[in-house]
Design a binder for this molecule. Sequence first.
Ligand SMILES: C[S@@+](CC[C@H](N)C(=O)[O-])C[C@H]1O[C@@H](n2cnc3c(N)ncnc32)[C@H](O)[C@@H]1O
Length: 265
Amino acid sequence: MKFSTAYQDNPHAAEFYDYIVPYRERQDVDFFVDLARESGGPVLEVGSGTGRVLIPTARAGLTITGLDVSEAMLGICRRRLAEEAEDVRARVTLVHADMRDFDLGQQFALVTTPFRSFQHVITVEEQLACLAAIRRHLVDGGQFVLDLFNPSLPYLVDESRMGEFGEEPEFTMPDGRRVLRRARILKRDLLQQVQDVEMIYDVTHPDGRKERVTHEFSMRYLFRFEAEHLLARAGFAVEAVYADYDKSPYGSKYPGELIFLARKV
Ligand SMILES: C[S@@+](CC[C@H](N)C(=O)[O-])C[C@H]1O[C@@H](n2cnc3c(N)ncnc32)[C@H](O)[C@@H]1O
């Protein structure tokens, strides 16, 4: 199976990831760490990236495996782990694999997909392959957390998003580069529910030189009942649907998130 995500090829996406202000400020880490604690572990994080959630989970005393298709993201995670205490490092295993087809030869009490990593899986066939792989890696009665964004109908048809948008604060890299990130929808397929997104990084080097680098990827959006049916089809029972990481119920805000707690049946 070929890797479809653009993450593994894009060094900029990986090097800037931990500095992007809305990513730094995401309020989801405690939610995933608490679920990991409740499960008792071991935990598998699918699409574990730079370790934003994985490292706090290991610090909390849980054994966790992080799986990611991007060597660049895994490389940053390894570098971050090298600065952790020996016992934290000992609780972490990193695996370079594609979430649509993997076999770790181990089962977990909890599998998570923080920050929409499952939305990089584009077709229904691939979604089912991914969910089947996740299910095989769960112990009987194990828990699965599917973390998606709730598609906003106004955003999906907002023409202004075909041009550059985004009002994020600029961030500064340790070497002094200043980076302003914006985004643009390159292509919309309303029938396949796929958007091709371009992340645009306008970089100002310490000597004043300006550079623009971009990162393109496709994202599939899923609606609430579609995702519920997909989970049922893949052998999971949905136990809760949240609109946010504070566990507010789905529908309490719009668009909010679309977070499923499901159990292997
Ligand atoms: C938005 S990041 C989320 C990273 C991390 N879970 C977090 O919460 O910060 C999505 C991650 O999914 C990974 N990813 C995308 N497609 C993948 C695939 N087919 N298999 C495994 N990982 C994939 C990317 O490389 C990236 O690290």
